[in-house]
Ligand binder design. Structure first.
Ligand code: AMP
Length: 283
């Protein structure tokens, strides 16, 4: 079992540069099956191209609000490095002072979409995300970076970041990996108490039912409102549950354009997000 090289400072990344291309999987650690599917895809792409795989593990303080769970976010670096054995070449897990050596005064300001959906409930979140993603791209210099569709809004915004700032990196998206009962794998799932863990799959069930109803032609506003009500009635506190255009999360014009139903809801202190894409447009 070959553990990935541990890199905590930027000098340690120098070995990655120059000789081969890098495929990067950015994460906040506490790795689960969803992360590992991204890393396996990275390994496959890297092996086909003589590239190396770097997994970054960094819980980014800039994307957490003052009342959010930065202090309780799970950490398990040793177990993460074991999980990456034989899959990743380098595990870049810098301390905060490496990514933020001085107070951050320059930011990647998220566009309008960054203030909607998750951004409406987590002010500054996407500016924090885009700023750290740009830092990671600058430090690791990947040719390819892999992101999960579970965080659909993040994926859309990262694609915009790459396009608008002409970043020389290809973004690859991977589908959401779920537990056997349909709950999307998430590092935060371990923070659910037993009763809420039992309830948690209902979020995805409602997203699936909503996507199916919209695909059948039922009215979008009423269907989404009914889904929000059902979840609130069983103990979720729904932040949003909406149908948007899949490609860019603008409002869905209807018709054959692909949509995605996106949702976020809190169960106790734990915030869950998930989505369900509608049927792809007929070819
Ligand atoms: P995080 O550690 O939550 O920041 O996630 C790191 C990357 O893994 C992001 O690109 C996420 O979209 C992706 N990811 C998280 N959960 C899943 C999942 N259940 N299935 C697939 N990808 C995921």
């Amino acid at each position: 079992m070959k553990l990935p090289a541990a890199a905590t400072d930027t000098a340690a990344l120098d070995k990655l540069h120059g000789t081969s291309k890098v495929v990067l999987v950015p994460t906040m650690g506490s790795l689960h099956a969803g992360h590992l599917s991204l890393v396996r895809q990275a390994r496959q792409l890297a092996d086909a191209d003589g590239a190396v795989v770097c997994v970054s593990i960094f819980v980014n303080p800039l994307q957490f609000g003052p009342t959010e769970d930065y202090d309780t976010y799970p950490h398990q670096l040793d177990a993460d490095r074991q999980a990456l054995a034989s899959l990743a070449d380098t595990c870049f897990a810098p301390p905060v002072t490496v990514l933020y050596p001085t107070a951050q005064e320059i930011f990647v300001t998220a566009p309008r979409l960054g203030g909607e959906l998750c951004g409406q409930h987590r002010p500054g979140f996407f500016t924090g995300v885009l700023t750290v993603v740009l830092k990671l791209f600058q430090l690791v210099r990947p040719a390819v970076a892999i992101f999960g569709e579970k965080d659909w809004q993040q994926l859309v915004l990262v694609r915009q970041l790459v396009r608008q700032l002409h970043l020389p990196v290809t973004i690859v998206a991977m589908p959401t990996i779920r537990e056997a009962d349909g709950l999307a794998c998430s590092s935060r799932n371990t923070l659910l108490n037993a009763a809420n863990r039992d309830k948690a799959p209902l979020l995805h069930e409602q997203l699936v039912a909503t996507a199916a109803a919209i695909a059948r032609g039922e009215a979008v506003t009423g269907t989404c409102a009914a889904a929000r009500d059902s979840l609130n009635q069983v103990g979720f506190a729904v932040d949003y549950l909406e149908c948007r255009q899949a490609s860019d999360l603008e409002s869905w014009p209807g018709g054959a354009t692909q949509f995605v139903v996106v949702g976020a809801a809190r169960l106790g202190q734990v915030r869950l997000i998930d989505n369900e894409p509608g049927p792809p447009p007929a070819a």
